[in-house]
Design a protein around this ligand. Structure first.
Ligand SMILES: [Zn+2]
Length: 310
């Protein structure tokens, strides 16, 4: 089976940046983007002003818009400069040509199949184990994914995100165990986060499946709404599952003074908010971030009710 490690991944990224000037220019431009830092209770937050991400933040992800465009994750439609590194039986590791992270990967399924997490949690743990130093993440089809019609994970260097530190400082209350794997609920973060700690991808996936089964599936959705981030810690593998109850905030948009073009996904939940417009970058503050978490994520009571069902 094709697997990778940090060294192979580094060499792959280097080769792609040498072969693909557009991607190299975008990674280079990222070094100059403005970042401001904020604190909300329980979490340090970075805000990145990244105009190149307009494409993603304003992405139309309704069925008609998706049908009208060529899928950019299908092998047949990828730019000639883009090459992939096979991983396992059914995934390919690519560089993301519109990066947020200094090292940013996209990991599509080899077939054009819907963005759904069911049955793939073990893959996330395995990827995080191979891609040491990276956080592997999943955006639900209406939780920030800009290609909800083609299953994909992404990965970026973990030291860029703040959720790892926030969880180190949080109190984790155990809800369930499978072998050495533990499912817990984090206290003290600005949103509800379920945490799975394990050194065994299969045991971790079994706990994920129990959590998945306890989460509600909103009408019209094909799975519970969520963002998932998976990374290595000193103790082993850690997965943070952040259930969502809303796709975009009430103030999402480009019309009117009160609107902001901000469409949160796993990276934002991981502590780095992306603003493609200068006015939004200037205006976003701790209150905006708290309001976002409150609107999009579960509160303590809602999370407790889920925990009781597991
Ligand atoms: Zn596709």
């Amino acid at each position: 089976m094709n697997r990778t490690d940090a060294q192979h991944t580094e060499a792959f990224i280097k080769a792609q940046l040498e072969a693909w000037p557009m991607a190299a220019a975008n990674f280079e431009a990222l070094k100059g983007v403005e970042v401001k830092e904020l604190d909300v209770p329980g979490m340090h937050i970075k805000v990145q002003f990244n105009p190149a991400r307009m494409v993603s933040s304003a992405a139309k992800v309704d069925a008609a818009s998706l049908k009208a465009r060529k899928c950019f994750l299908c092998d047949a439609n990828r730019p000639a400069e883009q090459s992939g590194m096979p991983w396992g039986e059914r995934y390919t590791i690519l560089i993301n040509p519109f990066p947020i992270f200094p090292r940013h990967l996209t990991i599509p399924d080899n077939s054009h199949t819907d963005q759904l997490i069911a049955g793939r949690a073990a893959d996330m743990f395995e990827l995080a184990a191979d891609l040491e130093g990276y956080t592997v993440f999943y955006n639900g089809p209406r939780c920030g994914a800009s290609a909800p019609d083609h299953m994909h994970f992404q990965a970026g260097n973990s030291d860029f995100l703040t959720i790892g530190d926030a969880l180190e400082n949080a109190v984790l209350r155990t809800i369930a165990t499978e072998g050495n794997a533990t499912l817990s609920l984090a206290d003290g973060l600005p949103m509800a986060v379920f945490v799975i700690d394990t050194d065994n991808p299969e045991a971790g996936a079994a706990l994920f499946d129990r959590l998945y089964a306890a989460l509600p599936v909103p009408e019209g959705e094909s799975e519970p709404m969520m963002n998932v981030l998976c990374f290595t810690t000193a103790a082993g593998l850690r997965m943070a599952v952040i259930p969502r109850k809303r796709h975009r905030p009430s103030f999402y948009g480009t019309e009117g003074d009160d609107c902001m073009l901000i469409s949160p996904a796993s990276v934002d939940m991981g502590g780095v908010f992306i603003t493609p417009r200068p006015a939004d970058f200037a205006r976003i503050d701790s209150d905006t971030i708290i309001k976002l978490f409150n609107e999009l994520c579960l509160n303590t009571n809602e999370a407790e009710a889920i925990a009781e069902k597991i």
